[in-house]
Ligand binder design. Sequence first.
Ligand SMILES: *Cc1c(COP(=O)(O)O)cnc(C)c1O
Ligand SMILES: [Zn+2]
Length: 410
Amino acid sequence: MSFDFGPAVALSCRECGARYDLGPSFACLECFGPLEVAYDFGTVTRAQIESGPASVWRYRALLPVPADVASKRNMNPGWTKLVRADGLAKALGLKSLHVKDDSGNPTHSFKDRVVAMAVEAARNFGFHTLSCSSTGNLAGAVTAAAARAGFDACVFIPADLEHAKIAMARVFGGRLIGIDGTYDEVNRFCSELIGDPLGEKWGFVNVNLRPYYAEGSKTLAYEIAEQLGWRLPDQIVIPIASGSQLTKIDKGFRELVALGLVEDKPYRVFGAQATGCSPVAAAFKAGHDVVQPVKPDTIAKSLAIGNPADGPYVLDIARRTGGAVEDVSDAEVVEAIKLLAETEGIFAETAGGVTVGVLRKLVETGKLDPSLETVVLNTGDGLKTLDAVSSVARPTAVIKPSLDAFRKVN
Ligand SMILES: *Cc1c(COP(=O)(O)O)cnc(C)c1O
Ligand SMILES: [Zn+2]
């Protein structure tokens, strides 16, 4: 078979460096390490990127996709706003802050970016069914992309997710299976399914298509740098579920430097978790290299992965760049959602409450330098997690339609 993955030339093992032909595989046969996409980039210029579409496809020369990808039936996610956040900066005592607001993607979370790459891989490999294990946002991103690109979908979620995420995962058609268990159990189930005749011909975006899928997160790095005027930020705060997004943002920054698209400079990467699911933060604080799995218990369900596959790589990056991994309680998550909403007019889902809450804590504890240029990610839309704010976002008063009644509560 001949595939068209644009500049991608191979899969390589992140642990031992063994190389493999591009294919629907995800683990090294030598050492079981995770595989990632390796490239042979030609010359890539700022002008070439700037003349591209207002979507992730402006970076197609840096992604495992064919050159004509923009003409295919896909969701065209990305190129979301980088919002100058002077109000939040003032509230937190920071000199310069931007919010990269990924709630503006087609299905209102950052997951459209990664799914867009997985869809192109599925096309290449001739899969007809797209599947995934999801903490919520991924299921909706997969079913929407499948509807648009003409795939069947069968996605798996923990049965106790937020109503909005269940509805979004089902409205686009396809099959949605709720599983009585945690995300980690759903994920384990999918790994079993892939080895069974039932699922062996499916493209699981975050299992057998994971090397391609993961590359989609690099586009966050590219966009942030381009939107800052082709500069890297000094500090960035990124949420952690599996940790994939964080590792790929770092990879994206390093590629831009290597290609000469931005100047080389130090930057600090900070990871954010909810205390109720903070195995990476715990390992960071304890100085450990391994991440001890936990059973999640937090309102930040989109980040509730108790056994994060990329945890050890996240620890490496936070330590290498002089960053940190920090966590905040559910109450702090809700406060942070309110703070971001009231200072910037941005309504974040719980994952955004986690990053903003962690940003605040990092400033208060002196781990983040308030004089440096900082970017914080909001990866999802507050309308997806309305229950989280139900206690703090009620009517100020409910009155009869009379001036008298209003006078009493005014
Ligand atoms: C999936 C997700 C993330 C990050 O996921 P990783 O597995 O760490 O790449 C962040 N925010 C939201 C809202 C998500 O749905
Ligand atoms: Zn290996």
